[in-house]
Design a protein around this ligand. Structure first.
Ligand SMILES: [Zn+2]
Length: 353
């Protein structure tokens, strides 16, 4: 059974202990890496050492290099005078520092970058096996590496031959012959499993995403039509329900509100300080972002100056129906909600019809 090691802090110093609490490296250092290739990378000021699994010194503290990477497949990347090379486990520089960037080894290969920002790959002797020609090249996994030099991803093998053409918005290497790929065709996404030599078997995993995007686009179109229409005879501010929805300060289906406001705000004059004014009636809106959780930011709009308008609809309660449109997040529990109301109903509600 592989022993698990955990980084821990004590008085802002770092060390390593095991799952059962045994201290392997006391918390005396600026940084201690997770274990990699059997060794811990230990930093103290400018100096770096490598310790073994027992916490004993494997390579003593040194500051010969500006930077020391973790060991992978027997080598660690190091930097001197802004150039990267590799040392072996005896601390000898076996691949001279020369690269503008160098990654750790995987599948006996390491990704390196030249002065033009292009990536290639080297073997363990430092020979360039794959020439510098990729804007982006990821580490090898199962004998393959993902690359891209425009929007789409492709895959090369260890000889540098393209085995999956650069056309997918996402690729995951599963094993030595299977990949998950995603393709974007217009506004439509599809996902499938690609097996080398067999093409792609498409699945329906992204149907929900496409459905959501389609509904969102439809709602956006309707919002544009609503704003357009209301401005021909007056302005949207005249509709009390529209205002209530726009300035609702505790949104649940916030995407709807954001979308509607993003369309509406294009018609407003920008006054600065995130304040906007309706050119027709003078109502002033202020927008701000509220953080509801570590992940969720919600657009909040308040009316800071009421314009000159005649309310076209009867008063409504301050509570807006939970779902005026489609997908949103419940701000209390971050549980995804999905309540679909047809767009006509939504738009008519906003207009107070
Ligand atoms: Zn107005």
């Amino acid at each position: 059974m592989t022993q698990e090691y955990f980084q821990f802090y004590d008085d802002r110093r770092m060390g390593i202990k095991t799952a059962d609490g045994k201290i392997i490296i006391p918390a005396q250092y600026d940084f201690v890496s997770a274990i990699s290739d059997g060794l811990f990378n230990v930093q103290s000021g400018h100096r770096v050492a490598y310790f073994d699994k027992n916490g004993d010194t494997y390579l003593p503290f040194d500051d010969k290099y500006e930077s020391y990477g973790d060991f992978t497949e027997g080598l660690a990347r190091v930097r001197k005078n802004e150039r990267w090379g590799y040392i072996n486990k005896r601390g000898n520089e076996v691949i001279p520092t020369q690269f503008h960037y160098a990654a750790g080894f995987s599948n006996e290969m390491a990704i390196v970058r030249n002065e033009l920002g292009l990536h290639g790959a080297i073997d363990k002797e430092g020979n360039i096996i794959i020439g510098y020609k990729f804007k982006e090249l990821r580490n090898f996994e199962n004998g393959y590496a993902k690359f891209r030099d425009r929007e789409a991803w492709g895959v090369i093998n260890k000889e540098g031959s393209v085995i999956i053409e650069q056309q997918y918005s996402f690729i995951e290497i599963i094993d030595n012959e299977n990949f998950i790929v995603q393709l974007k065709e217009g506004d439509h996404y599809k996902e499938g499993t690609l097996k080398i030599g067999n093409g792609v078997l498409w699945n329906h995993n992204l149907d929900d995403v496409n459905d959501f995007n389609r509904r969102q686009k439809a709602f956006l179109d309707e919002c544009e039509a609503l704003i357009e229409e209301t401005y021909t005879e007056g302005c949207p501010c005249e509709y009390k329900r529209f205002r209530t929805f726009i300035e609702w300060n505790r949104p649940i289906c916030f995407i709807d509100q954001e979308l509607l406001f993003s369309v509406f705000s294009k018609r407003l004059m920008v006054l600065g300080n995130d304040e906007l004014e309706c050119p027709k009636c003078g109502t002033r809106y202020r927008q701000k972002w509220d953080q509801y959780s570590a992940f969720l930011w919600v657009l909040n709009v308040v009316i800071v100056g009421l314009g000159n308008f005649i309310s076209k609809v009867a008063e409504v309660s301050a509570t807006v129906p939970v779902a005026l449109g489609f997908r949103g997040y419940n701000t209390d529990g971050l549980t995804e909600m999905y309540v679909q109301t047809d767009i006509g109903t939504v738009i008519n509600y906003l207009k107070g019809v």
